[in-house]
Design a protein around this ligand. Structure first.
Ligand code: ASP
Length: 572
């Protein structure tokens, strides 16, 4: 095994004889002397081969990415390189072996890569040689290690649950695996270990965790992959407060030990309703203000038709009116149309107010608007009116877009936030019925509210970091009678209950403890800790946005015989 890492050496190692291994990452020939940057996982050290060296001719053959074994003596460098950790030393090579050659690479292994992402994904193993991706994988490893240490110290058990299983209830489409032995039957890959972790509570495991692989067949976004990893946690005999404390402690330790950042002992909390009202999102980015103001009451008797709507809301962009030309504001309108908003009214505040709507208001409305928003010179007011959901979502998205445009987000901040009291139900336009907002095993805040689907809230919580949903969780229903009622309210028939969750309902007959859990997403956490907004940057072998693996070319067709074995026919 390798005894040394390249990065181990400094001025205190002068005259030490070492044997090193790695890849030739750069070769220069200066006045007959050959310099090679030898790279291993730890970093780079410079090798020197003089013309009188017996290995000189061999060294001349070395090209980028050749794999080398060298022995030599550490020497002080004449001109040190402040960009390298080993920049003050070099190795005077005495023996050299080329362990393997490399063909010319499809792209250069460099920090400022220009190759297309598709090429990099096809040759992922080469891309992983680059510092950025390598460091991301190291970060991911550190995170998992810290989490394991933290939870193990608190007496949690790490328990694996099946990958080939029955459909689980996270609401996405399942990946299915046909069974050869039971033709016509399918396993589903777990969307999460939800039902198994609840069963482990029935078994009396009390404190469970798993670094769990999850699979969801849904449309991909920048922060989603078809397979991903959750830090899946479940505990018995706990309340929300226990879960909050556990998770706060976990992130606190993680950030301290890995990034030397002190997080607060207790994270701020906001109710779902307030998050929507103030930030237009259930995952608010609280690194900047620019909250949504509700102006509906000011305009409740207005004659201005566009404001005679369910809600009239606005955001105020402080001291940036001059930055937003009419053309730029038109672009903002185009942007919020994505969120189904159809209007954007603006006002630039100064001695001379300029506005797309101000003169249409009554003097009373004008005065209350200005007073209500405490406007100052050069403030820009952006108003959207319409249905509540559209208004909030559009302004929430606008708030984020503008914050990025005017660069007011402090990138060094890590703002954790609990979002609590989620709705129990949400209306699915696709299915034309109410579905569970979290999952059907979530405890309602008040069982008596279950008939009022729009106003029934759940003991469900999310943890949000800088505008990303990092984890969801909930207090589970442990009373079979309540579970029955919730299933009924969700329109899940007895037959469906039996077919989908019969085993869980059966288990719940035999003494189920009160329990609750949460599942932080490992990729999103790693992304945020690595300062990237591309999930593929923190996955060793990721899929493209169309769920394709460019490296192995999966998914792919299979042979007729394989299909026959499975009793499957593909419709062309
Ligand atoms: N299984 C849930 C999810 O994946 C998390 C939980 O409720 O623990 O969102």
């Amino acid at each position: 095994m390798k005894k040394y890492n390249n990065n181990d050496f400094s001025i205190k190692d002068i005259d030490k004889e070492v044997t090193l291994y790695g890849w030739a990452s750069k070769k220069r020939n200066l006045g007959g002397i050959i310099f090679i940057d030898l790279r291993d996982r730890s970093g780079i050290i410079q090798l020197v081969i003089n013309p009188d060296n017996p290995n000189y001719d061999l060294a001349l053959q070395i090209k980028n990415e050749y794999v080398l074994e060298i022995t030599g003596v550490i020497k002080k460098r004449e001109h040190s390189n402040p960009n390298l950790k080993t920049g003050e030393v070099e190795v005077l090579v005495s023996s050299l072996t080329i362990l393997n050659k490399s063909e010319e690479l499809p792209f250069e292994i460099s920090d400022d890569i220009t190759a297309l992402e598709d090429t990099r994904l096809k040759y992922r193993y080469l891309d992983l040689r680059r510092n950025q991706l390598k460091n991301n994988l190291i970060m991911r490893h550190k995170i998992v290690t810290e989490i394991r240490n933290y939870l193990n110290n608190l007496d949690f058990l790490e328990i694996e649950t099946p990958i080939l299983c029955k459909s689980t209830p996270e609401g996405a489409r399942d990946y299915l695996v046909p069974s050869r032995i039971n033709k016509g039957s399918f396993y589903a890959l777990p969307q999460s270990p939800q039902l198994f972790k609840q069963l482990l509570m029935v078994s009396g495991m009390e404190k469970y965790y798993q670094i769990a692989r999850c699979f969801r067949d849904e449309d991909l976004r920048a922060d989603r992959q078809p397979e991903f990893t959750q830090i899946d946690i479940e505990m018995s005999f706990v309340t929300e407060e226990d879960i909050f404390k556990l998770v706060e402690g976990m992130f606190k330790q993680l950030f301290k030990n890995i990034k030397n950042i002190d997080l607060p002992n207790v994270f701020p909390r906001i109710k779902y309703v307030d998050a929507i009202n103030m930030y237009g999102s259930d995952k608010p980015d609280t690194r900047f203000e620019m909250l949504i103001n509700d102006l509906t009451s000011i305009f409740k008797n207005t004659n201005f038709t566009p404001f005679q709507k369910e809600e009239v809301n606005c955001i105020v962009v402080k001291n940036k009116a001059d930055f937003y030309s009419r053309k730029k504001i038109d672009e903002l309108l185009e942007f919020i149309k994505i969120y189904d908003a159809d209007n954007l009214f603006w006002l630039k505040y100064s001695d001379q107010i300029s506005s797309s709507f101000y003169k249409n208001l009554s003097v009373e409305e004008q005065n209350s608007l200005i007073k209500n928003l405490s406007l100052e010179e050069n403030d820009l007011v952006l108003i959207v009116s319409g249905k509540r959901k559209i208004v909030k979502t559009a302004l929430g998205a606008l708030r984020l877009k503008i914050a990025k445009e005017i660069d007011i987000i402090d990138k060094d901040k890590y703002n954790f936030l609990w979002v609590t009291d989620f709705p129990m139900f949400e209306y699915s336009e696709k299915e034309n019925r109410y579905i569970a907002c979290h999952h059907p095993f979530t405890m309602p805040n008040d069982v008596n509210m279950l008939d009022d689907k729009e106003n029934c809230y759940a003991r469900a919580y999310d943890i949000v970091l800088n505008g990303y949903e990092l984890a969801s969780g909930s207090i589970r229903i442990h009373d079979p009678k309540i579970q029955q009622i919730v299933f009924e309210k969700l329109g899940i028939s007895k037959e469906e209950q039996e077919a989908k969750f019969g085993f869980l309902l059966e288990a719940f007959k035999y003494g189920v403890p009160p329990h609750a859990g949460i599942a932080p997403g490992l990729e999103r956490l790693t992304m945020l800790m690595c300062n990237t907004d591309n999930i593929r940057d923190v996955v060793a072998f990721p899929k493209t946005a169309s769920a394709y693996d460019l490296l192995t070319k999966a998914p792919s067709t299979v042979s007729e015989n394989q299909l026959k074995d499975l009793g499957i026919e593909v419709i062309k």
